[in-house]
Write a protein that binds this ligand. Structure first.
Ligand code: UD1
Ligand code: CA
Length: 457
């Protein structure tokens, strides 16, 4: 269910597209559905339907075994009405698991247990006891037997004292759900079609209703406001941090760590405060990451050190950093940066779509774009590859053991032959021979005893 408006977010963006750990809320829910090997995922959209649908088509790979389908609910007349719209999309022999697009952190094993509780014959409700159940549907029991769910606004004072609430998640066979949906009415405090009324129908029809109760409130926490979104983000981040520490990763401060994707770590990885990891990141044994780094979509080999304030994002192409490399502080590695072992990239150096062979160094204020850099090359401060002629990109090749002086411009396409030297301040437009010294700048002129002009009196 993803049709609701989310008024309290006070956002132009539909609520289910707000992000938790960098991913839209509803996409977390779909990822969980995929982990259940669901035949299909039916997303009920309404508010901002077109936006939600296109965001999900773009985000969910078409190769997954769980087929993505959308049904629209317009206007939105309640959760039962939402499910009524989905009826044609639900196979009669299927088991339906009903999830909310704004409840992102339910775990697949919890839902597996709920499915097992349904057993293909029963109505299984995911419930939880809350210290403050205000606003939730309460679970009414007769003895141990679940009798009904009463919505907060419809509940009596005694019913409101019940602390066991319906999480918004249930599992049941489609063949039972469909006729019950047809019987719903909106004669209640909110004038809505309540999905939760089907519990009464189950009891009346002699179908067993089972409550699967969990204790982990994070798994059923819904998002209604920016404050709740931020709280859930911190709780989720803390859990991810704890899971990494249990694997041996040393986080300087788990409260100042953010992972928006997948992070794989070898042994003895150390991460200082305020680092953000996104997309797919892998850190080899003994990698150290300094404070305030943003690292996305890259592979960092064993023993590499990423100094503070470094920004790495490989986007789709990826970035690789070789064993024992030293990166930063204040370095920027962009898509296609492939650095071999023991490469050094220093402060204010940008590398894009370039390979640097073992031991190459660019330590200060430099740009390497579309370049192939040989072993042990030393690339001077302030030097750049001019890779773009205004229409096309061209490659610069710097062969092994070359020394590029400071403040050079290498205008691509160009090759600097192995072992060559380029004098500081040169603008190189023609390829150079191996071993040559190339200097391309105005010759120095010095005029002896030159008197500067004087100010007129
Ligand atoms: C619902 C349950 C309540 C439960 C609570 C858990 C009902 C009647 N009540 O209450 O028992 O304790 O969830 O959080 O089901 N939605 C639609 N179309 C609509 C209305 C809602 O798609 O017409 C979607 C919303 O986008 C949301 C989900 O359904 O993803 C739940 O809706 P919400 O209004 O938050 O449900 P509650 O009234 O809080
Ligand atoms: Ca509501």
């Amino acid at each position: 269910m993803a049709a609701g408006k989310g008024t309290r977010m006070k956002s132009r963006l539909p609520k289910v597209l707000q992000r938790l750990a960098g991913v839209p809320l509803v996409q977390h829910v779909l990822a969980t559905a995929a982990r259940l090997h669901a035949r299909s995922a039916v997303v009920i959209t309404g508010h901002g339907a077109a936006q939600v649908e296109s965001a999900l088509w773009a985000a969910v790979p078409s190769s997954t075994e769980t087929a993505l389908q959308f049904v629209r609910q317009d206007p939105q007349l309640g959760t039962g009405h939402a499910l009524q719209q989905a009826v044609p999309a639900l196979a009669d022999d299927g088991l339906v698991v009903i999830l909310s697009g704004d409840v992102p952190l339910t775990q697949a094993d919890t839902l597996q247990a709920l499915i097992a509780a349904s057993g293909g014959t029963r109505l299984a409700l995911l419930t939880i006891e809350l210290a403050d159940p205000t606003g939730y549907g309460r679970i009414l029991r007769h003895g141990v037997q679940v009798q009904a769910i009463v919505e907060h606004k419809d509940a009596s004072m005694e019913e409101r004292a019940i602390r066991e609430v319906y999480s918004g998640i249930m599992a049941l066979p489609a063949r039972l759900l469909k006729p019950w949906l047809a019987r719903l009415d909106n004669h209640n405090a909110q004038g809505e079609y309540y999905l939760t009324d089907i519990v009464k129908f189950a009891v009346a029809d002699g179908v067993e209703v089972v409550a699967h109760t969990i204790e982990d409130a994070l798994q059923v926490a819904g998002i209604n406001s920016p404050v709740q979104l931020a709280e859930l983000e911190r709780s989720h981040q803390l859990r991810q941090a704890q899971a990494l520490m249990e694997q041996g990763v040393r986080l300087q401060d788990p409260a100042r760590f953010d992972l928006r994707g997948q992070l794989d770590c070898g042994q003895d990885v150390e991460i200082d405060v305020n680092c953000i990891f996104a997309g797919q990141v892998s850190l080899g044994d003994g990698v150290r990451v300094g404070a305030n780094c943003v690292i996305a979509n890259c592979t960092i080999a064993a023993g590499a050190v990423i100094h503070p304030f470094t920004h790495i994002d490989g986007e789709k192409q990826g970035v690789s950093v070789g064993e024992g490399a030293l990166i930063g502080p204040f370095a920027r590695l962009r898509p296609g940066a492939q650095l071999a072992a023991e490469v050094h990239i220093g402060n204010f150096v940008e590398v894009k779509n370039s390979t640097l062979a073992k031991g190459a160094k660019a330590n200060h204020l430099a740009y390497l774009g579309d370049a192939t850099v040989g072993e042990r090359v030393n690339y001077g401060a302030g030097s750049i590859t001019a890779n773009y002629d205004g229409a096309n990109k061209h490659r610069t090749v710097i062969e092994a053991d070359v020394h590029i002086g400071s403040n050079c411009v290498l205008i691509a396409p160009v090759t600097i032959g192995a072992g060559g030297t380029v004098g500081g301040g040169s603008t190189i437009t023609k390829s150079t021979e191996p071993g040559a010294l190339s200097v391309a700048r105005g010759k120095q002129v010095s005029i002896a005893h030159w008197a500067r002009p004087q100010k007129k009196k």
